[in-house]
Design a protein around this ligand. Sequence first.
Ligand code: GDP
Ligand code: MN
Length: 384
Amino acid sequence: TPATAWPVDADGNDLAFNATRAQEEKVSATFVMLARNRDVWGAVDSIRGLEDRFNRRYHYTWTFLNDEPFSEEFKRHTSAIASSKTQYGVVPKEQWGDQFPEWIDEKRANEAIAEMGKKNIPYGGSVPCASVPASFVFLAYVWSSLPALSLTGPSYLADRRMCRYQSGFFFRHELLAEYEFYWRVEPDVQFTCDITYDPFRRMKDEEKVYGWVVSLYEYQDTIPTLFKETKDFMKAHPEHVAEPNLMPWISNDKGETYNGCHFWSNFEIARLDFWQSDAYMAYFDHLDKSGGFFYERWGDAPVHSLAAALFLHPNQTIFLREIGYYHPGFSHCPLPKDGVRCACSTTTDDDPHPAFEFHGFSCTPAWKKITGDRAASPFAGAHG
Ligand code: GDP
Ligand code: MN
């Protein structure tokens, strides 16, 4: 049990939360949310949820990033609901890619974007960075759980800029320079259980680098050459590849082809220095130079996941099973023995946000098998 976990009774009443100790054991960490000014109310919903479930006890800083300056309104409403310091940053223009990088063939990029736009009409701009397998059943599953408004998502070019920024640049922002860990939060997500320990502290104590809650298969049409580029990179830079690694999780044929398994990166808790490392910086640069962020539609989810799978020891990734989470499309709901005061269910069929972990399109069972992850939470018992 991590130092900061505390017991609660069946009603979620704290039995021994120690506020002084929690503050003393805080890690150098911040939440990071990339958002537009018009995302303000979705941002407020997400902040409210995470504050109530976790941060009201810890007061970790909130960092907001935007490709435009944040409005006074955005700052006012988000800072009013955060229990901690808030800070607002603008993304440097050259990192957002307002101009295509000079090695990109603009004509080819524009054609690819138009083409992909046509193909993807059934699920529009709704799942741009972490998409879905080409299965009708699966699309219906996703489609039925997405809010209707998501159809009016950002333009395809804005999507690509955003995916590329989340893949290769957010961790270079000056506002993040002082931190060791970050927790990515998006507008319009929900945290469905009480979080009765500090995940940052746990990850630091257990020497974890990448924490996740949902994993699934990528839609191969968005990443036709991503794995080829990844293999080329590994061949050129064997020194960056961890041994052992999670290749068995991302490939069913010993690294020949990618099976699409990835962590759903709209939730992630990770070490900033992993992305800032020589290995990842070189990997991102290799991918970026190949143009796939523009010619295809590479998401930060498969890019982060391939890096975590190949440059980390499997034990450096952690399934944060106690954290209930919902982002339109899918949800992670802890088993009753792992979750505290959950507003989700793993056992009933009529939960509007059914747990995805046991769905056939989840890659989580395979991850557990490969890493030998325990079936039970280390906190079982601690929480009654
Ligand atoms: P999805 O989760 O893959 O469907 O992508 P989202 O539309 O939720 O976008 C992912 C994240 O990037 C969210 O935090 C959005 O608020 C943010 N985002 C997306 N597009 C833009 C953009 O054009 N500008 C800014 N500032 N943020 C964006
Ligand atoms: Mn999202």
